[in-house]
Design a protein around this ligand. Sequence first.
Ligand SMILES: Cc1cc2nc3c(=O)[nH]c(=O)nc-3n(C[C@H](O)[C@H](O)[C@H](O)COP(=O)(O)OP(=O)(O)OC[C@H]3O[C@@H](n4cnc5c(N)ncnc54)[C@H](O)[C@@H]3O)c2cc1C
Length: 430
Amino acid sequence: MSNQEYDVIIVGAGAAGLATARTLFDHGYNLVILEARDRVGGRAHTNYDLLHGHPLELGGEFIHGQHAPTHELVQSFGYSTLQVPRKETLRWGEPAQVAISLEQLSEPRRSRLLALYTAYTDLLRSTPQTDQSLASYFLGLGFTPDEVNIADILFAQTCCAPIDKLSCLDLIHEAQRDRAGQSDFRVRQGYSALFARYSESLPIKYQRVVAQIEWAQGSVTVHTRVGGIFKARRCVITVPIGVLQHGDLQFIPDLPLSKQQAIATYRMEGATKLIYLFDQPMWDADLAYMARVGQVARWWTPTYQMEAPLAGLTAFLTAGSARVLDDLPEADALLLGLQEASELLGVGMTILQSHLQHQMRISWAHDPFTRGGYAYIPVDGTPARAEMCQPVEHTLYFAGEAYATMSNPQTVHGAMESGWAVAHTILQDR
Ligand SMILES: Cc1cc2nc3c(=O)[nH]c(=O)nc-3n(C[C@H](O)[C@H](O)[C@H](O)COP(=O)(O)OP(=O)(O)OC[C@H]3O[C@@H](n4cnc5c(N)ncnc54)[C@H](O)[C@@H]3O)c2cc1C
């Protein structure tokens, strides 16, 4: 056991942990970050090998919003972003057909898709008193089950949630507080480069899997699986909610019942990427986003407007779709994805396979330090977020994407804002 007693121990060096640590460290706090992996960034993880130095995002990929605070970090390090017109240029694929722009769709189909978008926007601006699932909202407006299935792909899967569970009140709460905006961007240098710079000089101990947190007011002893015991006056826990739900961290004594109930309220489903790299683009340069009703429904081009040596295509699956693909052997999952891409692009399998240089599946549900994609709130669960933001006896604090209450949870910038908020609570609570 180290004899040193820290002001604060931060568990996890993802976006939230680093945001908390950076703020407190810059205010002179004596702290340590205990991180299970051998890198920073958590669910933001960039591969630089496959595209010979160019970034390929395996987890968090976009900056959601032109006003997201991440832009300030990007600029402060002399990095830059690339705007990606995803929602604006969506191409939709009817069964067994090539994906085409909404303008090219048949009139009845286009107007129904646009009606879904309008209804979703109306929902986010509304102020209902009672909660319901997103599916029941669309059904209540007279949309057919097939159309609700499309809404699942376009809206609920983005939230890593099944449409029949996702809380409308929580979506509204989030939409009415988040000021980030609607445009999407990629960090040209990759999220990992950003977090490498942001974490420079922070005291991080890697490969420290925290297993147990013994606490009393004003005193915390953190036990790692291998790598020692650490003591502090306070502890900020930033591990994903899936890790907490799985019981990977034991609290002695148990957390207060209100915290346990809040943790149990959240849902964390899988998020899986299928990534294909080709020796040349099998699509036109404007393709940024396409979707269809299918097992592998949502696709984008990670090398969009990038001078990369290979052309990339990513399928992003969440919730039930991710589970199905995760349960298949990797080769079968990748083959299924490629078959659906072949239909969407109108390019034969033989041609796609002859140009394919690399393919891989990344299943975040199988990652023991994540145990899912990102957390959503089911019907009637909204108060859980505020509960998790309450410190426990000025000693235990929770930060992470799931606890962003004043911005967009489920995102990198939401996680950072949650981390900054906890840091400011601690600063005021000296
Ligand atoms: C596939 C995918 C795509 C996404 N796409 C986007 C996107 O395009 N844009 C966007 O803004 N967001 C996206 N997100 C969400 C975004 O990545 C997350 O919201 C954000 O990175 C979460 O940050 P965090 O700090 O809350 O958690 P994490 O990044 O998960 O950090 C938690 C840290 O705790 C560590 N840890 C876990 N258990 C222990 C333990 N026992 N002991 C010590 N350390 C531990 C982990 O290793 C990790 O480093 C995506 C996420 C996924 C999975």
